[in-house]
Write a protein that binds this ligand. Structure first.
Ligand SMILES: [Fe+2]
Ligand SMILES: [Fe+2]
Length: 187
């Protein structure tokens, strides 16, 4: 599906604020795709569509996952919001005609995971570093992205894990596996 059509569907599925976030992620994905020699159209499409399921009510997320044979693990059962990544990937495949590699990036954009491709990493870091984000360490993460994108992914996973520990939340196993894999790679 063409970017303009995707844009129309995403806009209909999201609030203005979330749509703006999606456009910011799209722009960041484009910038990083150019830097890392990835197809910019593909990167833009996944950036724009990555949160397509974000605002689906939790009860609907569970229903959608069951009806579409999406596995719900122990952590996702407790933190249903996490499912927006897997559901988003499923919608992107069925409704937007995205390829396997594009759907995988959407599926991993919240937790990260093992065997991440450059496209997966680009979306993962773009989600936290688009123009709409104003958090403390953003400049530092942007420096890491310039230096070595794996280091940026690790840094963002560390932030996630620290937050989960602080707030007594469960940690998704995919984040731990991704972190271990990337740390062993850069050491
Ligand atoms: Fe998301
Ligand atoms: Fe997002």
């Amino acid at each position: 599906m063409e970017l303009l059509e995707i844009d129309k569907i995403v806009r209909q599925s999201l609030s203005e604020k979330r749509y703006y976030h999606s456009v910011c992620v799209m722009k960041k994905c484009e910038e990083l795709a150019k830097k890392y020699g990835i197809d910019t159209q593909i990167a833009k499409k996944i950036g724009l569509a990555h949160d397509i399921a974000k605002e689906m009510p939790d009860s609907e997320k569970i229903k959608y996952a069951r009806e579409n044979h999406i596995e719900i693990n122990m952590v996702e059962k407790k933190h249903v919001g996490l499912l927006h990544a897997k559901i988003g990937a499923d919608i992107a495949r069925k409704k937007l005609g995205f390829s396997d590699e594009m759907c995988k990036a959407i599926s991993l954009h919240t937790t990260a995971g093992t065997n991440m491709s450059m496209l997966d990493k680009i979306l993962y870091v773009a989600d936290s570093t688009g123009e709409d984000r104003t958090w403390n360490d953003i400049d530092y993460v942007n420096i890491l992205i310039e230096e070595n994108i794996d280091k940026a992914v690790i840094y963002l996973i560390n932030i996630e894990i620290k937050d989960k520990v602080k707030n007594q939340k469960m940690i998704h196993v995919d984040s731990i596996l991704a972190r271990n894999e990337l740390i062993s790679k850069i050491m």
